[in-house]
Design a protein around this ligand. Structure first.
Ligand code: SF4
Ligand code: SF4
Length: 160
């Protein structure tokens, strides 16, 4: 499977995002939990869990990873593989760990946990940027077709 098709399917094909926060989960609210209660992050034995990829871990319903915040977004970042140089800037700066990267290769966005803050777009160094914000409901192909051209540097004579 190519990276391009892999990145688009990563979020859609796993079991994340099935719970909207607080909706129909049957869990008590944060202010109703009895003091001293232990909320386990993973189901069963979590030995060696740090060595597993996020999507391979068996999260418990208490773990925020099982909840989607996708509905919080108005605009979403769209990734353009053709321009990306895999610098990992977006991965480092994303405040929600929502950049999917494997072996230092940018794969795409975890749309279940991305809140649309635009930080990744801001720090992307390519020209044009490899990440741009589009309306949440924008079609991927149409977004890629609307990608801006490379900006030319102004000549010094033109700047004066
Ligand atoms: S928009 Fe914000 S939360 Fe979403 S991937 Fe970019 S930096 Fe992360
Ligand atoms: S910051 Fe831009 S160029 Fe760097 S890995 Fe992210 S999308 Fe690619």
């Amino acid at each position: 499977m190519s990276v391009e098709s892999q990145d688009l399917n990563l979020c859609a094909n796993d079991n994340r995002g099935q719970l909207q926060l607080g909706a129909g989960s049957g869990l008590v609210g944060w202010d109703e939990v009895t003091q001293g209660t232990v909320l386990t992050s993973f189901e069963g034995d979590a030995t060696g869990i740090a060595n597993k990829k996020a999507e391979e871990r068996l999260y418990s319903d208490f773990n925020s990873y099982t909840a989607s915040v996708a509905s919080w977004r108005v605009n979403k970042p769209v990734f353009n593989r053709d321009i990306c140089i895999d610098c990992q800037n977006c991965w480092v700066w994303c405040p929600d760990s929502s950049i999917l990267s494997r072996d230092k290769q940018m794969l795409g966005i975890d749309y279940d946990h991305c809140k649309g803050c635009e930080v990744c777009v801001e720090v992307c160094p390519t020209n044009p940027k490899s990440l741009l914000m589009f309306n949440e409901h924008a079609d991927l192909d149409e977004s890629l077709a609307a990608w801006p051209e490379k900006k030319k540097k102004a000549k010094k004579s033109e700047e004066a």
